[in-house]
Design a protein around this ligand. Structure first.
Ligand SMILES: [Zn+2]
Ligand SMILES: [Zn+2]
Length: 344
């Protein structure tokens, strides 16, 4: 089968490789589409300490079932998508209702081959534990491929309660920043400010109708916030891969404000120089937000189905598998939103 195989930073090759082995209790899929996630781009560009060369990346996918075990409830022809991580269900975190922080979790595009390939195997463990979702006929392919990233953003909503009438700043106008914006809007925020360094990206994000858009390469965010929200923002979500942006976010919230560190940082640039006194005297809460539970994955499915997330607005370019490197470069240029790879 054709697959995009990752061999290290900047090395992604389309190759003919063997079809993955599909056990009696596994599910075999023909991959239709898979979106490029920020983490795929980060791995492609700068590598990953936990992904081995020779891995097929990709986890925001929709596929058609070719064969499935009888007990699974799936059968040939069904369209499905799946969560990226499969927790073990027996470590301390799994037993304490924090399965997303599982010590032994298995991931597509890391422990299992991912979806930038013609075929993909969903292992029995993912089927048994309910991490695979049937895509109904009423759902578009674009909607299905967004359930995974929306789940991560829904998780932020369960860590931090966003209340009506709040003002929220999101630093990072990529797809994740926009998903956060739509969820915060759904929660009733009064003002949603989206900041990014790329004018093209801000232009793309205007389709979501947030309150304001700030180009942080020409306007200092601190000046913008002082002028428009003199007390500071109620909440700031840092949805980008920059340690400086996270340090800045801490300066931008009001007393008792909350800062969410959403974006993973590059493995060679993750140290944040933060103002400890601001955190102390202003009683700032700084929290990470990473991955999601099965309940949050279900809620993301509902939000996407109900149109809380305007899925079709996110896919701004589509490349065939053969041109995945071009797709990665387009994602890196950060002009549009999601880049999708069409596989079958
Ligand atoms: Zn992802
Ligand atoms: Zn576990």
């Amino acid at each position: 089968m054709r697959a995009a195989v990752w061999y290290g930073p900047g090395k992604l090759e389309i190759q003919q490789i063997e079809e993955p082995a599909c056990g009696r209790n596994d599910l075999m899929l023909q991959v239709l589409r898979c979106n490029i996630c920020g983490s795929d781009l980060r791995t492609y560009l700068s590598g990953s300490s936990s992904i081995k060369p020779g891995t097929v990346l990709g986890h925001e996918f929709i596929g058609r079932v070719l064969r499935a075990p009888d007990w699974s409830g799936f059968s040939a022809g069904h369209l499905v998508t799946a969560a990226q991580d499969i927790p073990c269900e027996h470590c301390w975190y799994c037993l304490h209702d924090m399965e997303h922080l599982c010590e032994n979790k298995l991931e597509f595009g890391k422990h299992f081959q991912g979806a930038f390939a013609e075929y993909m195997v969903i292992p029995e463990i993912a089927l048994r534990k309910g991490w695979v979702k049937r895509v109904p006929e009423t759902m578009t392919e674009n909607q299905a491929t967004l359930i995974e990233p929306v789940s991560s953003c829904v998780h932020t909503q369960s860590i931090v309660s966003f209340k009506p009438s709040e003002n929220v700043l999101i630093i990072g106008g990529g797809p994740i920043g926009c998903i956060h914006g739509e969820l915060v809007k759904h929660a009733g925020a009064e003002a949603i400010v989206l900041a990014d360094l790329s004018e093209a990206r801000l232009e793309s994000a205007k389709r979501f109708g947030f309150t304001s858009y700030v180009n942080a390469s020409s306007v200092k965010l601190i000046d913008y916030v002082r002028e428009n929200f003199p007390q500071g923002m109620d909440k700031v979500i840092s949805a980008n891969p920059s340690p400086d942006a996270l340090a800045e976010a801490i300066q931008l919230v009001r007393k008792r404000g909350i800062v969410v560190a959403f974006g993973g940082l590059p493995k060679d640039n993750f140290t944040v120089q933060a103002d400890g006194n601001k955190i102390h005297y202003d009683e700032i809460t700084l929290t990470g937000s990473y991955a999601y539970s099965r309940k949050e994955n279900d809620l993301a499915f509902e939000y996407v189905s109900a149109g809380v997330i305007s899925a079709d607005q996110y896919i701004t370019s589509v490349y065939p598998l053969e041109e995945i490197v071009e797709g990665m470069k387009a994602a890196q240029r950060a002009e549009g939103l999601k880049v999708q790879i069409k596989i079958s």
